[in-house]
Design a protein around this ligand. Structure first.
Ligand code: PA5
Length: 451
């Protein structure tokens, strides 16, 4: 189970920090927000409270046996959860392992951009005949996902293969062009529940299929998520990670800390920071309040990786503007360990490293960074993974989805929509010549400043 340490959040350690009375003062607001979650059960909660979605994915398990690779095609919330699951729960060199080393499980690739160099690099490294393509799009219309779908479909067809055998769609139960094509051609399709948006969909078939294909225990993911949900619903605020994460971030936002850094001291956990970045940004960065007032709120999420970013970002975090709250992600157990050998014994300046493990060095670096930040008056909290496994990763997803829902109430915004993404999409459609979007074509200004 995850451990949460809020010591360096409060003014007992951080002189200008928030005080416990401020939490007490907001207790009722938090209670109301949690009660609302319990009563209304947002889609991302409902998901994990029954077996429907796990079963829908288990139903297609046999098909995976025919393939060596699963390629996910999607973007944003239709890709980031897959990437986080693979990288936290499988070795980072998974796709380079032999089939035996993978216990017969599939190699997993995610195509989430439309950069031709990047797309080619993935397509060049797979044998199409041994590949199942999972096209994921809730709306079934996103330009990037659809362009890449057309490209992989073209490849399937030019290789003389059957699209029906090499494609599986994950999309809305009713709407969108993917659903239409699936119906017309009887392509196997998994549903994204109607009330679950992309960034909240990691524990729906969106994330579950590629997880299962890589041999990840999807039941355990749900166990972790359910545990986090029950704790959030039942526990007092002081024993409630989601509530405390939401409220402390909100209170610090009000004090001018409008940047939320998530700094992982583990290359694997770094991918959770990437997933969090989308969740916090797209859910809380809004122009209008729930009651229609123009408010322009949001806290900018930033991801960082220890120890690398100690040599890139920490100078700024320690001495720059007081605009950040930092979350450290730590693991107590690494899958592998490396001991530093006894070489150059005459070099006294290296003696402190001899015989130590890399994990010891990394975790002491975390402690050093955290302590230095606290001494500089910068607030941080620490989340510790006793082990990076399905249970703890499932917990993490759920705690953060719940924290985002609660933060939505504190910021007084709808965390489930993303109107700010729409205009750019429409202009792109116009530029690409999509019918019906002609009015969005940008006027070229006479006063350009180009040098
Ligand atoms: O969180 C979201 O809703 C978005 O990031 C979407 O996931 C993203 O825009 C992709 O949308 P779709 O799944 O409809 O292709």
């Amino acid at each position: 189970m995850l451990k949460f340490d809020f010591t360096n959040i409060f003014n007992s350690n951080i002189p200008n920090g928030i005080n416990k009375a401020e939490i007490e003062k907001n207790k009722n607001v938090l209670k109301d927000s949690i009660q609302k979650i319990e009563n209304n059960k947002p889609g991302f909660v409902e998901l994990v409270l029954n077996r429907k979605w796990i079963d829908s994915v288990l139903d297609v398990k046999d098909i995976l046996r025919n393939f060596e690779n699963l390629v996910v095609v999607g973007i944003g919330g239709s890709a980031l959860g897959n990437i986080a699951l693979q990288n936290t729960l499988r070795p980072l060199n998974w796709n380079n392992l032999s089939k035996e080393e993978r216990n017969g499980n599939l190699r997993i690739f995610v195509i989430d951009n439309v950069d031709p160099d990047y797309v080619s690099s993935i397509l060049d490294s797979i044998d199409i005949k041994k590949t199942l393509f999972n096209i994921i799009s809730k709306s079934g219309s996103t330009a990037e996902a659809m362009a890449n779908y057309l490209i992989v479909r073209g490849l399937i067809e030019t290789n003389g293969l059957s699209p029906k055998k090499h494609l599986i769609f994950t999309t809305d139960p009713q709407k969108g062009v993917l659903r239409k094509i699936a119906q017309e051609e009887e392509i196997l399709t998994l549903e994204i529940p109607e009330n679950v948006g992309g960034r909240f969909s990691v524990l729906s078939p969106v994330g579950l299929l590629s997880a299962m294909a890589a041999g990840i225990n999807i039941d355990e993911l749900y166990e972790g998520a359910k545990y986090a949900y029950k704790r959030t619903i039942n526990e007092d605020i002081w024993n409630n990670p989601s509530a405390l994460i939401a409220l402390t971030h909100y209170l610090y936002y009000l004090k001018g800390r409008n940047i939320s850094v998530m700094m992982a001291y583990s290359n694997k956990l770094y991918y959770l920071a990437d997933w969090y970045r989308q969740l916090w940004a797209e859910s809380l960065g809004k122009a209008f309040s729930k009651d229609g007032k123009e408010i322009h709120v949001g806290q900018t999420p930033v991801k960082a990786l220890g120890a690398i970013d100690q040599h890139s970002q920490i100078q700024l975090y320690n001495e720059g503007p007081d605009d950040k709250i930092i979350t450290f992600l730590k693991t107590e157990t690494f899958e592998r360990e490396i001991k530093i050998p006894y070489i150059h014994l005459n070099e006294k300046s290296l003696n402190y490293l001899h015989g130590k493990s890399l994990s010891q060095l990394l975790n002491n670096e975390l402690l050093g960074t955290e302590t230095a930040l606290a001494q500089n008056g910068k607030p941080s909290l620490r989340i510790t993974f006793p082990k990076i496994n399905e249970f703890s990763v499932g917990e993490f997803f759920m705690y953060y989805e719940l924290a985002t829902a609660i933060a939505g109430d504190l910021f007084n915004v709808n965390p489930y929509d993303q109107p700010g993404v729409e205009l750019g999409k429409k202009i792109t459609y116009a530029l690409m010549g999509r019918e019906g979007y002609e009015d969005y074509k940008p006027n070229v200004s006479n006063e350009r400043i180009e040098i």
